[in-house]
Design a protein around this ligand. Structure first.
Ligand SMILES: O=C(O)C[C@H]1C=CC(=O)O1
Length: 93
């Protein structure tokens, strides 16, 4: 099942730089593992923002919640989820 996700990252300006660097490194590793597993086929930076738009491919809502809530940056993100369905006019279905 496909979901469009928008993630807006809000890290505290006064966050310890070492804590920030560790968080970002763990986030990178976590999301790249999900990408390599085929569960995160699209990850795009929103130009000019500390935000991304993604498409994730998971079995159900529970797996989606597990994927998103497992993100090291989860506590510092506003996340908007939009479930996606097949469009009747899409070619090559
Ligand atoms: O930088 C971001 O957009 C936040 C986070 C979400 C996935 C990832 O690799 O980083």
């Amino acid at each position: 099942m496909l979901y469009h996700i928008r993630m807006d990252v809000n890290l505290p300006a006064d966050m310890d730089p070492e804590v920030r660097a560790d968080l970002l490194a763990r986030e990178r590793a976590y999301s790249q593992k999900a990408q390599r597993e085929g569960r995160w086929p699209h990850l795009w930076r929103v130009a000019g923002e500390f935000a991304n738009v993604s498409v994730v491919d998971v079995a159900d809502h529970d797996e989606l919640h597990a994927l998103l809530s497992g993100l090291p940056l989860f506590a510092y993100m506003d996340i908007e989820v939009t479930p996606l369905a097949v469009h009747p006019n899409k070619i090559d279905q």
